[in-house]
Design a binder for this molecule. Structure first.
Ligand code: KG4
Ligand code: ZN
Length: 358
């Protein structure tokens, strides 16, 4: 069974071909550099770039595989949530390829791509507890099965990656900010500034990062005599301390809420074994280490996709497409791309969709 997957929901144009033995037969990815000058992704620039590069990415993905489109069993695309111009490019391309080859189209929720990514390289069985942390999302979920999610908590304002990006922007570290903050934090003193932990006392699994980001802004303002952050003159070791304190506090907020979720998960799903982290922020090695400790202390097995499958990529969409396809979860050709698409709501299924033998 071979599935082609296309990702174009943010600033990566990517495609991959995977099979049901978890082998990656073809893969291509282009990270758009055009946004760096703006300190964040510009939706129209992203959409135009996807349009310009999608054909070349597909050619690259097939090159050297010896495969033709006719060898593919289903064509999947990240069909939301995301920046709608880019999502439309991927969905229209996937539908066109599906129609041309008379194969099913599979609409994949981009978040399901992140959620199932750990199953490609790790032996993670359902149900598992998932921390999904990316630039646009921050959620704690139980992954009960493909297409079956129980959401335990979510951010009420900024996503974790968004907070990393905003802190990096205030410090003039460029976009994306997460990797830059992580790198500088290594040399910093994480106890120097005490930062707020919004919602930490609430008896639920929700998170909030907005107040934390504002507290960082206030610290940076003390280095800018005219109050303009762009004029802040911060010694390098202070930048490192700010990065370390922010990373420490954001990670602590995530771990504390996850601890609550672990208690619930172990009681409600006693057969569950894994604690999984995924999404772009899951590339952060400091966070991964803290989550591994949390899993160890609570008798769970920690799993995370390899770093290259944490940030957006085509493999996770092809894999989620394959997992859906083999359950018969294919999509109608009139499926409308969805700018918003909570993971705990299902995609419309194609009429007559039934199970497919693996
Ligand atoms: O999953 P992703 O590629 O795109 C979305 O679906 O949003 O995640 C991108 C986010 C960005 O906010 C980026 O700053 C963050 O992931 N990120 C990191 C690290 N690498 C990427 N955040 C913290 N530490 C990192 N090492
Ligand atoms: Zn993503």
């Amino acid at each position: 069974m071979l599935v082609l997957g296309i990702e174009s929901s943010c600033d990566e144009t990517a495609a991959a071909i995977v099979n049901d033995k978890k082998e990656i037969l073809g893969e291509a990815l282009l990270s758009q550099e055009e946004h760096k000058a703006f300190g964040g992704v510009v939706p129209e620039i992203a959409a135009r770039s996807h349009l310009e590069h999608i054909d070349g990415i597909l050619e690259q993905c097939f090159a050297k595989t010896g495969l033709e489109l006719s060898d593919i069993d289903a064509v999947a695309a990240a069909s939301g949530p995301g920046l709608i111009g880019g999502v439309i490019v991927g969905v229209m391309t996937a539908k066109a390829l599906a129609v041309a080859s008379n194969k099913p189209f599979v609409a994949v929720n981009h978040l399901e791509g992140h959620a199932l990514a750990a199953r490609i390289s790790n032996d993670v069985e359902f149900p598992y507890l998932l921390l999904l942390v990316s630039g646009g999302h921050c959620q704690i979920l139980v992954v009960k099965d493909v297409d079956q999610y129980e959401r335990l908590g979510t951010t009420i304002d900024d996503a974790a990656g968004e907070a990393f990006d905003k802190v990096a922007k205030m410090l003039g570290l460029g976009y994306p900010g997460g990797p830059a903050v992580e790198k500088l934090a290594v040399a910093g003193n994480e106890q120097r500034f005490t930062l707020p932990r919004p919602l930490i006392g609430s008896n639920d699994c929700n998170l909030s990062f907005s107040g934390l980001k504002t507290a960082v802004r206030k610290i940076i303002e003390t280095y800018a005599p005219d109050g303009n952050l762009a004029h802040a003159d911060i010694p390098a070791h202070d930048v490192a301390d700010i990065c370390a304190c922010f990373q420490y506090t954001a990670t602590d907020c995530l771990c504390r809420k996850l601890k609550k979720a672990v208690t619930y998960f172990k009681q409600a799903y006693p057969q569950g074994k894994h604690l999984v982290v995924s999404g772009g922020v899951a590339s952060n090695t400091y966070l991964r280490a803290k989550l591994k400790n949390l899993a160890d202390e609570n008798g769970l097995v920690f799993a995370a996709p390899p770093i290259r499958f944490c940030t957006d990529n085509g493999v996770m969409i092809a894999w989620a497409g394959l997992e859906r396809f083999r359950k018969g979860l294919v999509s109608p050709l009139d499926f409308k791309p969805r700018p918003r698409w909570p993971l705990d709501t299902s995609a419309p299924k194609a009429a007559g969709a039934g199970g497919v033998k693996a």
